[in-house]
Design a protein around this ligand. Sequence first.
Ligand SMILES: Cc1cc2nc3c(=O)[nH]c(=O)nc-3n(C[C@H](O)[C@H](O)[C@H](O)COP(=O)(O)OP(=O)(O)OC[C@H]3O[C@@H](n4cnc5c(N)ncnc54)[C@H](O)[C@@H]3O)c2cc1C
Length: 360
Amino acid sequence: MAHDSTQYIIIGAGLFGTAAAWRLAQSGKDVIILERSIPATESGSSHGSARIFRYPYMNQPTTSLVKDARSQWNELEAITGKRLITPSGCLDTGSVRNPELLASILSFEGIEHELLDADAAKQRWPQLNFPGPVLWHPEAGVINAGETVAAMNNLAIQAGAHLRCGWEVESVARQGAGYRVTSTTGNIVEGEQVIVASGGWLPSLLGNLQLPQGFLERMPEIQVRQENAYHFHYRDTSDWGETPLGENTSWPCFISKEPEFQGYGLPGGGDAGFRGQKVAEYNGGRVIGHAGNQDGVVDAANRQRVIDFVKSSCPGLIPEPYAETTCIFTNIPDDRMIIDRAEGITIVSACSGQGAKFAP
Ligand SMILES: Cc1cc2nc3c(=O)[nH]c(=O)nc-3n(C[C@H](O)[C@H](O)[C@H](O)COP(=O)(O)OP(=O)(O)OC[C@H]3O[C@@H](n4cnc5c(N)ncnc54)[C@H](O)[C@@H]3O)c2cc1C
């Protein structure tokens, strides 16, 4: 059986494990990343070309955190020479989304935006219908999640990190001043510190990490869903196709939250052949306990709800999905994320289905 040792062991090569690996390796630390599959695996949360990068949150500190994240994205894009966020702008609407409150938070943070009534918004974006006031902020964009994982993974490896694929962690046990990590096949890696970035698999791993009981008891309840997402063709074919800048479409991202339906849409990019908008119901998938329970089967009732939403709210889309997928979505209460540490074990879980924007 293989037996390695290092300073930092990172479990998981999604957006968060590779971000941690990049930063640690860049600062001269010895790092081994252990990944049960491959980086940005299709069965995790960080694959594909489309996640929304947007600023407004219902609370000011999180909006401020997005600003911090943007400067790290700028650094990552400058180092790699790749554009990882394609500008698109984003529209926020619906009484639950509360565009007026979001506008006041963007004003406080000095982020460019406009608040429009539904008629004015309809004139500018005839491809959408709006239930009420609309917040527009042009600095939003579409994150290419898969490319970002690849970029951070490459930077980590260039800085000396090692990646082990097909290495599924079964347990973490204390050993002397550090930790001993054992795989499901009996391989061992020893390290001084462990960073657990296992996404939707966290609930099934938590009990095997030898964490202090008090820490485990304070851990928020983690809800893992098998979310569904669909791609709908743009009616206007001039929106199809990739331009040299990658700005393939005039479509913005949008988030629409009404009590009866909370949905979002964004240019699907390469995942959708640059021909359509990715649309999904927020928290519309079934709760599955942990990511190991996913079956990848799209929920027919959810598909119909999203089609109905597209019919009523997105007249510029053909209301018949031409591609669909499932994806692992994790949530803890109040749309928060977990970054916490007990002794030498750090748990990093970019929960709440909105963590991609914070990765770097
Ligand atoms: C449909 C969908 C839409 C989203 N939309 C947005 C959005 O618009 N904007 C936004 O900012 N965010 C969005 N997100 C959220 C964002 O994508 C996630 O927060 C982020 O990808 C989580 O990354 P992660 O590294 O924590 O998890 P993951 O990417 O799941 O990575 C975890 C990794 O750990 C590995 N692993 C697990 N267990 C083990 C083990 N025992 N041993 C070894 N390896 C293990 C897994 O194989 C996996 O590669 C969305 C997510 C989904 C699913």
